[in-house]
Ligand binder design. Structure first.
Ligand SMILES: Cc1cc2nc3c(=O)[nH]c(=O)nc-3n(C[C@H](O)[C@H](O)[C@H](O)COP(=O)(O)O)c2cc1C
Length: 151
């Protein structure tokens, strides 16, 4: 099971996540897309793929901030979760893709296992975010097969 957690203010990360989810489903993976991620609804024996944009001054989008607060306050251990993060950002900000770093730090603090891969998408580049994400999926899938718990 791959849980896709979306953080999106204006829709670009959400659209990227939908395209990634479709691609993974077509490849035969079981996927759930969470547009308003809620810690209580996420399978813990699974892989979490966070796809989030960055707002404010390196902040998380509004829809995923409550999830970040839940994780920060939650006492339980996320040892059985493995995760990777795709972050959308704009390299003209000195807080480029900081939202992704914040999520990584939070999950690591709860002992979730990083898959040791990440993708930072610079929206100033010509390639569409969804195309960059889909092009990266083979790397994600190769690490999924190596590192994930309970596929
Ligand atoms: C008001 C505003 C603030 C932003 N702040 C940042 C930022 O601090 N760091 C960054 O890397 N990108 C920043 N961005 C760029 C967005 O992450 C980027 O436009 C992204 O594609 C938005 O995705 P979304 O439509 O899913 O929200 C900002 C964009 C806006 C409009």
């Amino acid at each position: 099971m791959i849980e896709i957690l979306v953080g999106s203010q204006m829709g670009a990360a959400e659209y990227t996540a939908e395209q990634v989810a479709d691609t993974l489903v077509q490849a035969g993976y079981e996927v759930r897309l969470h547009l308003t991620p809620d810690l209580e609804q996420l399978a813990r024996n699974s892989t979490w793929l966070v796809i989030t944009s960055t707002y404010g001054a390196g902040d998380l989008p509004d829809n995923i901030q409550p999830f970040a607060d839940q994780v920060a306050q939650d006492r339980t251990d996320l040892t059985t979760v493995s995760f990777a993060v795709i972050t959308l950002g704009d390299s003209s900000y000195d807080t480029f893709c900081l939202a992704g770093r914040k999520i990584e730090t939070l999950l690591l603090a709860k002992h979730a296992k990083t898959m040791e891969i990440k993708l930072d998408i610079d929206v100033l580049t010509e390639d569409l975010p969804e195309d960059q994400a889909i092009a990266w999926l083979p790397i994600f899938l190769s690490h999924l097969n190596e590192k994930s718990v309970n596929l």
